[in-house]
Design a protein around this ligand. Structure first.
Ligand code: G1P
Length: 309
């Protein structure tokens, strides 16, 4: 039954302004975290949870995402003819039996609007939404989407949303849950509020970049006026689903599956370090390097370039 949910919408249309200048001419979803670009982890996580059709909602300047998932026969041939077959394993992801689709968000009207851009391709099937700038679990080792799909099918609801607990001072950055009763691993949503000030936040449970929806979400998105930042918010459409009496569930990410947000430099740097430390080949040496560097009080590690001499 859960196999019937095999399509994911992956919004990747945002400008990535918080990562300038790195994102001036390349999408933030193509920044490397350890060995792979962010979006490859997202696709691998989804494939692991039975998603076979990836529908990217792109925008201007995002072509390298499409190229990344192409089968590059000339590169394969080059590696073979130069005796470097061992590198072919790094390109194995190209040959996974996954179909890729791309549509453009032609105007930047927000995340809700980006999902709406997929409507005529999704039509009447349930689907996953996975934000293309967030990785779940170190090296994307997470089956959160599989668990959400199972719950969605078993409980016959209209939405299942992933949540993670965040510190108080960060709630203003996220969609925040108001659970109906209790904040267990799975809970029913009484409401969800996009980026509230802490004084108005009903919990510290933040929307964590993964969703499963019935196609009913499209009608809600059509009825959703611009919200925070003047944009059509996906969170507001979920809110409308709940207000119209449709059941929506929340699922917490497990302790083994933190969300890594590649939307700003602070968390991008931390994510890179975590993934590099977990690298099977270079992780141990990097750990030793960092330990030595930090314990020696190396000025290059402990001072920012803007510190005065
Ligand atoms: C979006 C959503 C927000 C969610 C966040 C992380 O915000 O609007 O509800 O909590 O992703 O999944 P953004 O980070 O695009 O501003």
């Amino acid at each position: 039954m859960t196999d019937s949910i095999d399509i994911a919408v992956i919004p990747v249309a945002g400008h990535g302004t918080r990562l300038l200048p790195a994102t001036k001419s390349q999408p933030k979803e193509m920044l490397s975290v350890g060995r792979k670009p962010v979006v490859q982890y997202v696709v691998e996580e989804l494939a692991h949870s039975g998603i076979r059709r990836m529908l990217f909602v792109t925008s201007r300047g995002k072509h390298s995402i499409e190229s990344h998932f192409d089968i590059d026969e000339s590169l394969t041939h080059y590696l073979r003819s130069t005796g470097r077959e061992e590198l072919l394993a790094d390109l194995a992801f190209e040959r996974e039996s996954i179909e890729y689709f791309y549509t453009r968000q032609r105007r930047q009207l927000g995340l809700g609007h980006a999902v709406l851009c997929a409507e005529s391709l999704i039509r009447d099937q349930p689907f996953v939404v996975a934000l293309g700038d967030s990785i779940i679990g170190v090296h994307a080792q997470s089956d959160i989407v599989e668990r959400m799909k199972r719950l969605f099918c078993r409980e016959q609801v209209d939405a299942v949303v992933a949540f993670e607990e965040v510190p108080e001072e960060e709630v203003y950055r996220y969609g925040i849950a108001q659970p109906k009763d209790g904040e267990g691993d799975v809970f029913e949503l009484a409401d969800v509020i996009e980026k509230p000030p802490i004084s108005e936040a009903p919990s510290r449970l933040a929307v964590a970049a993964r969703y499963v929806f019935s196609p009913r979400i499209f009608a809600m998105l059509h009825a959703t006026p611009p919200g925070k930042g003047g944009e059509i918010q996906l969170t507001d459409a979920i809110r409308l689903l709940i207000r119209r009496g449709h059941r929506c569930l929340g699922v917490r990410l497990g302790p083994h599956e933190p969300r890594f947000d590649i939307g700003n430099f602070e968390s991008y740097f931390q994510t890179f370090v975590d993934f590099a430390l977990a690298d099977p080949q270079y992780g141990t040496a990097l750990r030793e390097y960092l330990a030595t560097k930090l314990s020696s009080g190396d000025s290059r590690a402990s001072r920012s370039p803007t510190d005065s001499e």
